[in-house]
Design a protein around this ligand. Structure first.
Ligand SMILES: Cc1ncc(COP(=O)(O)O)c(C=O)c1O
Length: 351
């Protein structure tokens, strides 16, 4: 059988030989004691990229979000976020479990909302109510089809939230993809938020790691909660070296992943019985995530389709009963995409 085409997630990439060499060559220390030079360098470079005062390297995207949420809030506070956001759907109830916070859900296509939505969700100051403290935005928005937020919408959300004294956190696990797709500088996004979290282990291809950037007092709190949540790491310069390599070599190439995702979307849409999810039918495939739906007339659901695809060497992920996600990344070539389209066509036709 030909090689597996693994489209489950952009987290499945393995470090390239050059990245492994960079890891092996990294000077190391003990980061919990504050003297790993490679982690320090990564934190400085990441903070500078977002034009923030400081940054903290953490083990995962979930920890980047949850330490940031904890840093901005106190138990009993309320967070405003989209109902489809990662912090709500996929982080094990983290805001409630780790920060004692409620989440007030906003709604809207592509996982996006407006400044007016935020203003409408802010509670009056009254001893009966939770205190509205934080707005969380996800860019690109995973369950919104990898959607890129229009800069003008973010600017209005940021201005309105600041005017009301709210803090702002950006879940930028895939901010690199938004930056490449939109041409908007990372620092331009950074200016609109108090903390920005980005992942090195998704489209950028590093094996482990995320970082949070912000001002000095907020990052000091993030660092404290990283330790409290068990995320302090020792010779983590090994991992920081991979992240540095990824920032230097794997950002501009994300355009290839986006082109592959568009081709995949186009190929899948041409298969009778399949259609891109509504958001992507309307707005196109914007970055590296493709979501497609299986029509009611097709005999099998998403889980059964994915099982049959896997038997033929193509790995995708069911995300709803009749919805499948496919993600392009560093380890999938154009030839792999063409093979995946062919296999899906064959399996759907046989079904
Ligand atoms: C938007 C978003 N935020 C955060 C995360 C969490 O990252 P991790 O899996 O490293 O905890 C993910 C993971 O896919 C994500 O898609």
């Amino acid at each position: 059988m030909s090689e597996l085409v693994d489209l489950r997630s952009d987290t499945v990439t393995r470090p390239t030989p050059a990245m492994r060499e960079a890891m092996m060559a990294a000077p190391l220390g003990d980061d919990v004691l504050g003297d790993d030079p490679t982690v320090r360098l990564l934190e400085e470079r990441f903070a500078a990229l977002l034009r923030k005062e400081a940054a903290c390297f953490v083990p995962s995207g979930a920890m980047a979000n949850q330490t940031s949420i904890r840093a901005h809030t106190e138990p009993g506070d309320e967070i405003i976020a989209h109902e489809e956001s990662h912090i709500v759907q996929y982080e094990g109830g983290g805001p409630a479990a780790l920060s004692g916070c409620l989440v007030r859900f906003l709604h809207g296509a592509r996982g996006q909302f407006t400044a007016e939505d935020v203003l409408g969700a802010i509670r009056a100051r009254n001893d009966h109510f939770p205190v509205t403290k934080l707005v969380v935005v996800e860019n690109t928005q995973n369950r919104g089809g990898g959607a890129v937020w229009p800069l003008a919408v973010l600017e209005r959300i940021s201005a309105a939230s600041r005017e009301k004294g709210l803090r702002l956190h950006l879940d930028g696990a895939r901010l690199w993809n938004a930056h490449i797709a939109s041409g908007v500088a990372m620092s331009r996004y950074g200016a609109l938020f108090d903390t920005v979290a980005c992942c090195f282990s998704k489209g950028l291809g590093a094996p482990v790691g995320s970082a949070v950037a912000g001002d000095v007092p907020t990052i000091a709190r993030v660092r404290r909660f990283r330790k409290q949540f068990g995320g302090g790491m020792r010779q983590s310069g090994l991992l920081a070296a991979a992240a540095l390599y990824a920032m230097d070599h794997h950002v501009t190439r994300l355009a290839e992943d986006h082109a592959n995702a568009r081709r995949l979307g186009e190929g899948l849409s041409a298969i009778p019985g399949l259609a891109l999810c509504e958001d992507q039918r309307t707005h196109g495939v914007e970055t590296n995530l493709v979501f497609f739906d299986i029509a009611a007339g097709v005999a099998f659901d998403a889980a059964a389709l994915c099982e049959r695809l896997l038997a033929k060497g193509v790995y995708m992920l069911p995300t709803r009963a009749r919805r499948v996600r496919a993600v392009t990344h560093l380890d999938v070539s154009r030839a792999g995409i063409e093979r995946a389209i062919g296999v899906v066509r064959e399996v759907v036709a046989a079904g």
